[in-house]
Design a binder for this molecule. Sequence first.
Ligand SMILES: [Zn+2]
Length: 210
Amino acid sequence: MRIVLLGPPGSGKGTQAQKLGRNLGLPHVGMGDMLREALKNRTSLGERAKEFMDSGKLVPDSIILELLGERMKGTKEGFILDGFPRTLEQAKRLGALLEKERENLDAVINLKVREETILRRLPGRLVCSECGKVYQRANLSSSTQRCPSCGAPLLSRTDDVSDTLKKRIEIYLEHTHPLIDYYKKKGILQDVSGEGNPQEVFDRIVKILN
Ligand SMILES: [Zn+2]
């Protein structure tokens, strides 16, 4: 099965992707993790990505797609993709990449969460000032002050966190709207409520996939 998980920052998307990967025996391919790994291992793609990151630029799609292509070579049985695609352009390029391998996506899970719910989940969370990734304080070592995914400072004061998150959610919705339409037209989009506890959300996803 080839599954894409979509959801705004704070929707619990990463947690669900991990759970789903374990449950279905499929690799969880997180874009942030993949990039971090490439940087750590100093692969040639990682080095190229680093140049952009060091100069404060976004890593271009072409590099991300190459990374993804490499990663997917070992995933004939399928994958859970989390953090990619983020734009319509990326979705089309992912489609082309899969088509080349005569593969296609089975489902795109769109986690829907109300903004109030995301903000209510905030106490004890840290949010990245740059990429908007949300972390549980308990899951990071106490000395961590920077985003493990992109290296930017983490915000912990509730008002900073909520301002940053509100902005991130807005940007997210703006960018993913065309993406969601695109997958809807392909007939593979599945809206799933992200309200409730992680197990409840997980049960909903599994029910839809069965
Ligand atoms: Zn970050």
